[in-house]
Design a protein around this ligand. Sequence first.
Ligand SMILES: Cc1cc2nc3c(=O)[nH]c(=O)nc-3n(C[C@H](O)[C@H](O)[C@H](O)COP(=O)(O)O)c2cc1C
Length: 217
Amino acid sequence: MEIDIQSLDPADQYRLISSTVVPRPIALITTWSERTGHNAAPFSFFNAMGENPPVLAIGLEDKRGSGELKDTTINIKETGEFVVHLVDEALAAAMNVCAISFPPEVSEIEQAGLTLAPSSKVRPQRIVQAPVAFECRKIAMIEVNQHRHITLGEVVRMHVRDGLFDMETGYIDPDRYHPIGRMFGRLYTQTRQHFEMEVPAYEAWLAGGGKEASAGR
Ligand SMILES: Cc1cc2nc3c(=O)[nH]c(=O)nc-3n(C[C@H](O)[C@H](O)[C@H](O)COP(=O)(O)O)c2cc1C
């Protein structure tokens, strides 16, 4: 089946994109504004784009229906600073509360029972309960169109929950770190099942019989 995705209406494009590129990690983003204080909201059009410098990318859409920018977008535009928190199983329910469209006078952070602590390098504070927090400064906001701002941020500081960082390997311990992934809509996945696969050296590939040997297996 071939799909002319460009001719579909935006809601159908969204269904296809969001249900194929899965699972997506979730960025729970805190921002700050002079007018409204702290804001928190989740975004799953999100990923890491590399190191040196460490760069994160986020797809900020407008408020569906009204076409207004989301508070996160407005605040990053204004201040250039934000904190990205990865969402694990323990943080999932609170993340969901942060997605509710509360009226401006209600704090989603308070409603979600989350606690803020000062960041080291940026003004927006970080969520204490998060397993990982990245303090970020905006590198660029690409206005794909008036409905979407793809935002690139440089990570200027990182916080990791005690016990997650494996000093020996330099990695976050996958047996202790349980981020959730978004499938689509209300569907999420856990990340507890791992498997290993090593890329063989070319010589090892040839010695093993190459493509013919793997086809015969
Ligand atoms: C799991 C999850 C992932 C989401 N991902 C995105 C996303 O990638 N882009 C987006 O614009 N909105 C996304 N949303 C919706 C925003 O979180 C929601 O519109 C939020 O109210 C925006 O808050 P703000 O106006 O305070 O920034 C997501 C919601 C949930 C629950």
